[in-house]
Design a protein around this ligand. Structure first.
Ligand SMILES: Cc1cc2nc3c(=O)[nH]c(=O)nc-3n(C[C@H](O)[C@H](O)[C@H](O)COP(=O)(O)OP(=O)(O)OC[C@H]3O[C@@H](n4cnc5c(N)ncnc54)[C@H](O)[C@@H]3O)c2cc1C
Length: 396
């Protein structure tokens, strides 16, 4: 399979790459040293510029105002955007909004689309997705404590969620709740839209992650629902279809993440090599002349290139045959690339020595934030177990 972009698409990719390098890299220093909030006005200017240039919603169909790329094509874009910590946000294809847009397009009613999807596509509002709970295993989403009980034409929600990314400053949450406790386990939950500010819905606090609570978009919050009433019209899809909707959302979402991680790897690799050829360990003798460094360069190059091919292959299977046919490929790339990412970042930091631990390069930021890659959207162990079980089944 040849995943090389054709000439026209390559021109678009080159233009997006130039935009990221020329317009977004210069914002990095303030972003890394002072946080998301301090650079938000500039980020919003860049968003407006990206929109004017037509670099907006690469993952969304043209009929909804997006660039209409296939998953393979969006994979190429996602890699470029991943080289900057704010790349996805500026083109409005950031998690969790990208997944929520997909849900609303696939399962939203006309009214839900007008009220929630349109402003999300326009970049006027943000959203969050609340599934994981502190007291229940996120890796088994069929077992949750938060419930919604029908009361006339309203659902009444009670329970709590945590690690809800980007809830701080969001306009609405898509909340996964148990609505059918007696049903078969994959049919117990539903997804309901809950606007922030609804009485009974509170953000309790932003959880500190790797020593930082973050700001606005870059936060992970604990949520509390206490007799929170929302109209039945806020149900997404069918009553009891929450799990199916969540599964559909995760397939393409994992491609987006994996290609973003490959973009991070490429940037870390570039920084590592640039530093290795410049830094002298003795007069006239650079780090690049040391065999250990050479091994890291060769190993990283091999791992990144191999990972890219596997992710694009999985994206192509989804494009051609749908998410279900790509189940194993998606699980494999999820744990493969998450681990390659950790290794490449770790080597790049080691080569940068003490500098690698500062926020004068993006390496430490990614090292803190992307450790989570092995946990969210399914921990490594869960993906390995699913793949191995399906493989072993064919031998029995
Ligand atoms: C930075 C970050 C952002 C997040 N954002 C969101 C968000 O926006 N919305 C949201 O709903 N959630 C979010 N999450 C939560 C995330 O989805 C969960 O952490 C994840 O699903 C794992 O659930 P858990 O933490 O409850 O761990 P558990 O499910 O309790 O698992 C704990 C550990 O047990 C092991 N394990 C579990 N099952 C198996 C198995 N079958 N076989 C072998 N080992 C197993 C794994 O090592 C796993 O890491 C986020 C998490 C992080 C770290």
């Amino acid at each position: 399979m040849n995943f090389a972009p054709d000439e026209e698409f390559q021109t678009t990719l080159d233009a997006i790459r130039s935009f990221v390098r020329e317009e977004l890299f210069p914002l990095e220093e303030t972003f890394l040293l002072e946080g998301f909030g301090s650079v938000l006005p500039e980020i919003n200017e860049k968003r407006a510029k990206a929109k004017r240039l037509g670099f907006w919603l690469p993952q969304i169909a043209q009929q909804y105002g997006g660039m209409g790329f296939s998953l393979v094509e969006h994979g190429h874009v996602s890699e470029i955007l991943g080289s900057s910590p704010i790349g996805h946000y500026v083109l409005n294809c950031q998690a969790p909004d990208a997944g929520n847009m997909e849900i609303l397009i696939e399962d939203g009613t006309q009214e839900q689309k007008e009220r929630y999807l349109d402003p999300l596509l326009a970049g006027d509002i943000r959203s969050c997705f609340a599934m994981t709970e502190r007291d229940h295993p996120g890796s088994n989403p069929t077992w949750m404590g938060t419930s919604a009980v029908l009361d006339g034409d309203h659902y009444v929600i009670n329970g709590s969620k945590w690690f809800t990314s980007s809830a701080d400053g969001a306009s609405f949450a898509i909340v996964m709740v148990v609505t059918n406790p007696e049903a078969a386990k994959h049919l117990r939950a539903s997804q309901i839209i809950v606007p922030l500010g609804t009485p009974g819905f509170e953000i309790m606090r932003n959880t500190p992650v790797m020593g930082k609570r973050g700001q606005g978009y870059g936060t992970h919050s604990e949520l509390q629902f206490t007799d929170c009433h929302v109209p039945v019209a806020n149900l997404l899809g069918e009553h009891g279809a929450g799990f199916v909707i969540a599964q559909n959302r995760l397939g393409p979402g994992r491609i987006h993440h994996c290609m973003r991680w490959i973009g991070i790897c490429e940037r870390a690799f570039e920084l590592m090599c640039t530093h290795a050829v410049r830094r002298e360990v003795a007069p006239g003798k650079t780090l690049a002349s040391q065999q250990t460094i050479q091994n890291w360069v060769a190993e990283s190059r091999t791992q990144i290139s191999a990972s890219r091919l596997m992710v694009l292959q999985a994206a192509d299977t989804i494009d051609q045959q749908g998410t279900k046919a790509a189940r194993d490929e998606i699980s494999i790339i999820k744990f493969l690339v998450a681990n390659v990412l950790q290794q490449v970042l770790d080597r790049a930091i080691q080569v940068h020595r003490a500098l690698g631990l500062t926020d004068y390069t993006p390496l430490a930021y990614w090292y803190r934030h992307e450790r989570a890659a092995r946990i969210y959207d399914g921990p490594d162990e869960v993906h390995k177990r699913s793949v191995a079980r399906r493989i072993l089944k064919t031998y029995t």
